[in-house]
Each structure stands twice: as structure tokens, then as C-alpha cells.
Ligand binder design. Structure first.
Ligand code: ADP
Ligand code: MG
Length: 250
């Protein structure tokens, strides 16, 4: 059974249609890339997967059951099931909270089992940050370290699915590479959806990908195959911008 699926989803902001007949299924253990230009609807798909938005028509399911965003109990269970990491680690972490509190707050809010302090130590280790990070504020950390903290916060819930929305777009190149390495390592244990406008990032992390153009899926399949022989002109255009960059596929 798919962990998350979108079945013939249409979505509009007020009267502006954004997604058109989007269907996709996320399988346990995979890393799925969603590639598309800015404004193509990638973040909207993640908002639907998180239950932060409801489809106009069609359905979003988690483990086979339609997501009822009006049920508080279901939504709390869903927040333990799927966790997001956002693009900008400078705005996604509350500057007034020490890292310890950033990590223990979701533990309390989601009513998670285990000792909060021990769990904070666990996730800091998982993202390669020292245990004493808990006593410091986000401003004491670099952009890459802050993104590690955001990833650690997402891992507190031991989610089955991690949704990463342009997780390295705000980082410089060297930091980008190290955060991609971390995500690659985490992806061995957790199902990952990675959203990016950058085909090189998707290619580095995701064996399967979906190409989104103006709210429509125009191509999907094995990343290796799509890179070798893109069928849709839009994918061909996105790939052309890459010609000079060597790409390692998983
Ligand atoms: P992406 O993540 O691919 O850049 P988004 O899903 O954020 O795309 O946005 C898709 C489209 O929806 C864009 O045209 C954007 O301007 C529009 N949009 C996003 N959020 C809102 C909103 N809250 N209200 C109205 N339009 C929005
Ligand atoms: Mg976006």
C-alpha cells in the first residue's frame, strides 16, 4: 500500500486553478523527487500531503485512508506520520527559542512517547550536531547547521515520511553538498519526498521523479531514464540547463 497518494487532485487558490488532475503514489522506502519551475505547484502538493490544504476535487490518502483534515485526532496522528523541512532555515526556526526547546516542543505538542531530552539528543546525533547545541540559539549556527536543526526537529516525531521543500536552495554550494549527503543517509531509513527546481538535486537524491509544469504532471518515471531520454519538451528544457554539469544518479 502507498504511504501517501494523490488521486486525481485539483486544487485552486480562490478562483485560480493551481493543480490539475494530479495523481501520484509514494511507496514505502522510496525517495521521490518532484521537479518543476518556481510557481509550478510543488509546495502546494506538499501542503496537500501535510493536510494543510484540502483538494478541490480528488483525494489525498495516507496509508490508504482519505485524509480528513477536519478530524483533530487524525491530523495529530498525521503529523506524527509525515513531517516537513522547508527551504529557508533562517525563517523556519524561531529565533527566540534555544535549540533544546525547538526540539522538545513538538515532542510535547504531538504527545510523543519517550523522554524529550533523550529524543533531542538522538535527533541531534542523527543530523551530525553536537549534543550541547540544545543550549544555543539558532543565530549561533550557520545556514547549513540551521537546516540540520530543522531536519532534526522533523525527525523528533519518528515520521514515516519526510517532505523536503527545496531544502538546500538557500545554502551555498559546499553546504548544499553536505546537507544532500545527510539527506541521502537519512533516506536509507525514511521515505522521502524531495521538491526542487534544480534537476541536479533531484538526480542526486531520487531514483524516481515527477516533472510538474503549471500544475500538471508532464512526465514521471525512473530518474535515470528521464535524464537519458526526456520525453516532454519541458523536461528537455530543464535538462538543457544542466548540459555542462556532470550528474551522478543513484
Ligand atoms: P512552487 O512551490 O512550485 O514554486 P507553489 O505551490 O508555491 O509553487 O505555487 C503555485 C502557484 O500558486 C503559484 O502561481 C503561486 O503564486 C500560487 N500561490 C501559492 N500560494 C498561494 C496563496 N496562498 N494564495 C494564492 N496563490 C498562491
Ligand atoms: Mg515552493
Amino acid at each position: 500500500m502507498s504511504l501517501i497518494s494523490l488521486n486525481n487532485v485539483d486544487f485552486a487558490y480562490r478562483d485560480t486553478p493551481i493543480l490539475h488532475d494530479v495523481s501520484l503514489a509514494l511507496e514505502e522506502g522510496e525517495s521521490l523527487g518532484i521537479l518543476g519551475e518556481s510557481g509550478s505547484g510543488k509546495s502546494t502538493i506538499l501542503r496537500l500531503m501535510l493536510g494543510l490544504a484540502r483538494p478541490g476535487s480528488g483525494a489525498v490518502t495516507a496509508e490508504g485512508t482519505p485524509l480528513d483534515t477536519r478530524s483533530r485526532a487524525r491530523m495529530q496522528a498525521h503529523r506524527r506520520f509525515v513531517q516537513p523541512v522547508f527551504q529557508d532555515p533562517y525563517t523556519s526556526l524561531d529565533p527566540r527559542m534555544k535549540v533544546g526547546r525547538i526540539l522538545t516542543e513538538p515532542h510535547a505538542a504531538l504527545d510523543l512517547p519517550g523522554d524529550a531530552a533523550a529524543e533531542a539528543a538522538r535527533v541531534l546525533q542523527a543530523v551530525g550536531l553536537p549534543a550541547d547545541s540544545i543550549a544555543r540559539y539558532p543565530r549561533a549556527f550557520s545556514g547549513g547547521q540551521r537546516q540540520r536543526i530543522a531536519i532534526a526537529r522533523a525527525l523528533i516525531a519518528r515520521p514515516r515520511v519526510l517532505l523536503a521543500d527545496e531544502p538546500v536552495s538557500a545554502l551555498d554550494l559546499a553546504t548544499k553538498v553536505r546537507v544532500i549527503e545527510l539527506l541521502t543517509e537519512l533516506a536509507r531509513e525514511i521515505t522521502l519526498v524531495l521538491v526542487s527546481h534544480d534537476i541536479a538535486i533531484v538526480a542526486a537524491l531520487c531514483p524516481r521523479m515527477i516533472v510538474l509544469q503549471q500544475g500538471r504532471i508532464v512526465e514521471q518515471g525512473a530518474t535515470r531514464e528521464i535524464l537519458r531520454a526526456p520525453r516532454h519538451p519541458y523536461t528537455q528544457r530543464l535538462l538543457a540547463s544542466l548540459q555542462h554539469m556532470p550528474v551522478e544518479t543513484p
